[in-house]
Design a protein around this ligand. Structure first.
Ligand code: PLP
Ligand code: COI
Length: 350
């Protein structure tokens, strides 16, 4: 039998933080997991206490954006135990990014070890069940080395840090929590570029559209397709969902991040509620014909889109009870409050 890595006196004790009041902010936790790749081998450094990343000044991640990250949540179940949600999907998306950015893949076993150890070492920071907060995990992938040429790094760092978080959009989900979004004329990603992977550069390009939208009083920017500026892409850091009549529709695009939450919501809609689902282009002109709109993601979970504005044009969407049904089913599975017919929940055990 394998020896446990951590020994807990109980699995419910937490640090003295009011988890129900948290926003989506960084709260330093004591430990982070780190591994380094060099000479063709990933070597585990293990759990470290230093929250500062030390990398050479010539590192590709600093100059040329050879960098990726992931975003995941671990929830505490009613039994006090930690549950991740589809972590292998995050590992696979990170590795799709690694291939595109010409770096080595992170073995899935190493990725899982990183999220397990980072969770277990910081277990008192895992918010209590029912607090509405979760432990956010941030796996990072950095190309490092002494370099100045424009070429992929020969060394890489894989780190997982954690932070307890509350809702990404203040207020989270609810029939009184409709959010408004402003259509951006700037693009976050290029066609056939890096929009579908979690490369940091995509987020740097989103700062100006996001800031413009917030300065105008909106929750975030909504992006259009970067070719014709005619079709809906995604919202801030969340994918777009809508109901057209009975059908749950969502954009088909090569330049949006393929949200793990979105594929899960689509599967829930089809398998549990037996609603038709369609992934297809959604033109801005079609917004008039949509019955309801929302956006979803790990950080955002599911958020009701109450209005979309484009200059003088404005579209309003009522709260739809189907968002509530989807939200309950999704978060029920994530927080272990309901059965998981899909096998998505991943219990983190020692
Ligand atoms: N779109 C963008 C740009 C994101 O950053 C995220 C968050 O990861 C999402 C969508 C939602 O993806 P997921 O559901 O996998 O978290
Ligand atoms: C997530 O939903 O996990 C994200 O990564 C979005 C954002 C915080 C960048």
């Amino acid at each position: 039998m394998q020896k446990p890595r951590y020994y807990f006196l109980d699995n419910r004790s937490t640090v003295n933080v009011d988890f129900s009041k948290l926003g989506f902010d960084y709260l330093a936790c004591p430990y982070r997991f780190e591994a380094v790749f060099e000479h063709g081998v990933w070597r585990v450094r293990g759990m470290i206490e230093d929250g500062t990343v030390h990398v050479p000044e010539g590192s590709q991640c600093l100059h040329y954006g050879q960098q990726l990250f992931e975003g995941m949540k671990v929830n505490r179940g009613p039994d006090g135990r930690p549950y991740a949600f589809r972590p292998l999907e995050n590992a696979r998306r990170l590795n799709e990014g690694a291939r595109l950015l010409q770096g080595p893949e992170v073995p899935e076993a190493l990725f899982l070890r990183g999220i397990e150890e980072a969770t277990l070492a910081n277990l008192p920071y895992l918010p209590p069940h029912g607090s509405g907060a979760a432990l956010y995990l941030r796996p990072m992938y950095l190309g490092i080395g002494d370099n100045v040429g424009v070429k992929p790094a020969s060394r890489y760092l894989f780190r997982v840090f954690v932070s307890p978080v509350g809702p990404y959009y203040r207020g989270g989900f609810g029939p009184d929590q409709g959010k408004s979004f402003m259509i951006s004329r700037l693009d976050r990603a290029a066609p056939h570029g890096t929009g579908h992977i979690k490369a940091g550069g995509n987020y740097a390009s989103s700062f100006k559209p996001g800031a413009d939208a917030k300065a105008a009083g909106f929750a975030d920017a909504l992006y259009l397709d970067p070719v014709e500026h005619r079709y809906i892409e995604e919202i801030g850091a969340a994918n777009f969902l809508a109901f057209k009549g009975d059908t749950l529709v969502t954009p088909d695009s090569g330049s949006i991040l393929r949200s793990i939450t979105r594929v899960s919501v689509l599967e829930i809609a089809a398998a549990i509620f037996k609603w038709p689902v369609e992934e297809r282009k959604i033109a801005v002109d079609e917004l008039d014909a949509l019955a309801a709109a929302a956006c979803c993601g790990t950080a955002a979970v599911l958020v009701w889109v109450a209005s979309i504005v484009d200059g003088e044009r404005r579209w309003e969407f009522p709260f739809d009870e189907r968002w509530h049904q989807l939200y309950e089913a999704l978060t029920g599975i994530q927080t272990a409050s309901r059965e998981d017919p899909f096998g998505w929940r991943y219990e983190i055990t020692d």
